[in-house]
Design a protein around this ligand. Sequence first.
Ligand code: EPU
Length: 344
Amino acid sequence: MNIQNNVQLKPFNTLSLNSICSHYVKTQSVADVLDAVAYAHLADLNVLVLSGGSNMLLPEHVHSLVLHMDIQGIEVLEDNPQSQVLRVGAGQNWHEFVLWSTTQQLIGLQNLALIPGLVGASPVQNIGAYGVEVGEFIQSVQVYDQQLQKLRSIAAQDCHFAYRHSIFKEQPQRYIITHVTFKLPKHAALKLGYGDLKAAVGDDLTAENLQRQVIHIRQSKLPDPQDYPNVGSFFKNPVVTSQVFARIAHEYPQLPHYPQNDGSVKLAAGWLIEQAGWKGKQLGSVGMFHKQALVLVNYAEATLADVQATYRAVQQDVYGKFHLMLEPEPVLWSKHGLLLAHTD
Ligand code: EPU
């Protein structure tokens, strides 16, 4: 095990924030994870898991053991005429896994193409796009449970998957995900219900074409972190009661909205931010992207404080206009190696 000190995490987070961590280790196997946890225990350090760094906000200094997840591999556990069950390493690149599943004629993940990050992070916020959430295809998640101090497998029904939510958000530092087990069908209808996806796919109803169209739509709206450092959607789409929806829709009838099964209504945060005047607007080096107001961009050498100043200004302006408080999507690390709520 190679523990390194004072490692710069800027290349490992897609918002390109400068962040130096006191202790850093790359883990390529479950044995590496166990060694790292034992080291952190002896050294009295909190463990923070770094995955693709595409959904996190890092402070300038972090005193903790940063465990950089790099367990690779796709293992076919079951193969029958209906489906395949696959066990995938947490460090596997998500998009490459999606592309691979499509070449294997497996259906379902195409709507989630081009989402940045690694497989191990996919269940944490239950990544979702274009009408699909990853939880629908997860059979179980393999973890090291820091509370029970043992390796475990958590069945999907115990993961509490919901919109941008899971058990891994409820107890953020308890679990270190090492593998994710997926069950992917070989025959299933493509999901084309979101926005103008159906029109984009047209008559070529193949998984390959669906994947191509999703990639095309994402590339046309969402900035590439190489050009504009970002963490995708910065806020969650707010889910509100039908009363709150009626209040806002009364004044703004064009408000995009998505009724949920339980009677609540999901609103488009990007639209609310645009209406509040933030599309393409910057405060210092941080602003909201000109093609998608939900994406916060680090335009220069921003620090976490700069990011916080901008997103709080956005929250305030949206609140001033709609009486709704937007909730940030990315996780926030503290300098002592804890995961914080955004209000801390
Ligand atoms: N809109 C605006 N102005 C904007 C942005 C959006 O008016 O600047 C409107 C659009 O016109 C549309 C609605 O808002 O009517 C929804 O926009 P879009 O389809 O672009 O999706 P989104 O709700 O902004 C969500 C996810 C994305 C995911 C897309 C597609 C969240 C927080 N975000 O964005 O996920 O790719 O739907 O399914 O749920 C991510 O989480 O990082 C992410 C990119």
